[in-house]
Design a protein around this ligand. Structure first.
Ligand code: BTN
Length: 257
C-alpha cells in the first residue's frame, strides 16, 4: 500500500480525486494532519483541527454499482474493528448508513466519492475515494448529532500498562487500512450478505425506534434491518414498510437542529 502524508491540505478526498483525475488510481491512502476545507456528507463541512485522523483511500473499483455504495458499510466495519484496539467493544455501535458511534455519540464519519477513469463511461471503469474522519483527541460542539472522541473512552488502566498504546493518527490509519482491505475483499468476493450480517450485529439500535429525515419529509418508525443491498427497512406506525436509501437517521424522538 502507498501512503501519502501531508501536513495540511484542503481535503484528503479532494487530493485523492485530483490524483485520480491525473490517472493515478492507487491503491493508496492520503492522510493529512489538518484540512482547510474538510467535507462531510450532504455538503456539510467537517471540522479538521490537528489531532484527529483525516484520511482517504483511492482504489480502482472492481465491483458493480451496488458494491460501490456498499463499500461505505465495509468502511464502517473497518472502523469498528479498529476502535476495538482502543476502547471496550460494547461502546462501539454503527448507525445507518455509515456513522460510527462510541457510547451513542458520533466519533467517525465516512464520505464515499467516485468517478470514471479516462477509459470513460463505455468501459464502466470507476475509481472510488473512501474518505474517513475519526475524532481522536477532540470533537466539535454544536453538531446536529451529539459527538465524542476516542481518547475520552480509553480505559485509564490501558494507558498505564507496560506497552504504550499507540493513539496517534498514523498508528490508527495502519490498522484501519488493513481492516478496510479485509472487508472490501469480502464484499468483492462474497457480496453484501456477510457485510450486512456483520454490520447488523454491530448496529446501534436495530431493531429500534428511528426518526428518518429525508430532504422533503420526516417520519418515525421501527428500524427492522438492512435489505439485501444495504437500504434501511423501516416499519411505519400504519404498518407500511419503507426502504430508505439515503437520508439522515436520528434515533428515538425527533430532534431540533
Ligand atoms: C460525515 O459527514 O459523516 C462524513 C465525514 C467525512 C470526513 C472525512 S475527513 C477525511 C476526508 N476528507 C474530507 O474532506 N472528508 C473526509
Amino acid at each position: 500500500m502507498r501512503f501519502i502524508e501531508l501536513n495540511r491540505v484542503d481535503s484528503t478526498n479532494a487530493e485523492a480525486k485530483r490524483l485520480a483525475e491525473q490517472g493515478d488510481f492507487g491503491p493508496l491512502w492520503v492522510r493529512a494532519d489538518t484540512q482547510s476545507a474538510g467535507r462531510g456528507r450532504r455538503g456539510r463541512a467537517w471540522t479538521s483541527e490537528p489531532g484527529n485522523l483525516f484520511c482517504s483511500g483511492l482504489y480502482l473499483h472492481e465491483g458493480n454499482t451496488h458494491q460501490l455504495a456498499q463499500l461505505s458499510f465495509a468502511a464502517s466495519l473497518a472502523l469498528a474493528d479498529t476502535l476495538e484496539h482502543y476502547v471496550p467493544r460494547h461502546l462501539i455501535g454503527l448507525k445507518w448508513p455509515n456513522d460510527v458511534l462510541l457510547g451513542g455519540r458520533k466519533t467517525a464519519g465516512i464520505l464515499l466519492e467516485s468517478g470514471h477513469t479516462q477509459l470513460g463511461v463505455a468501459h464502466h471503469q470507476k475509481w472510488i475515494v473512501v474518505g474517513i474522519g475519526v475524532n481522536l483527541t477532540h470533537h466539535p460542539d454544536g453538531t446536529d448529532y451529539p459527538a465524542t472522541h476516542v481518547m475520552a473512552h480509553i480505559p485509564q488502566a490501558d494507558l498505564k500498562g507496560p506497552e504504550p498504546l499507540m493513539t496517534g493518527a498514523q498508528a490508527m490509519l495502519a490498522i484501519l487500512v488493513n481492516r478496510f482491505d479485509h472487508w472490501r475483499h469480502i464484499l468483492l468476493t462474497q457480496g453484501f450478505a456477510p457485510i450486512g450480517k456483520a454490520w447488523t450485529k454491530r448496529s446501534y439500535n436495530i431493531p429500534g425506534l428511528v426518526t428518518v429525515r429525508l430532504p422533503n419529509e420526516t417520519f418515525t418508525g421501527e428500524a427492522l434491518g438492512l435489505d439485501e443491498k444495504g437500504a434501511l427497512r423501516v416499519r411505519l406506525e400504519n404498518g407500511t414498510i419503507r426502504d430508505i436509501h439515503a437520508g439522515d437517521v436520528f434515533f428515538g424522538a425527533l430532534q431540533d437542529d
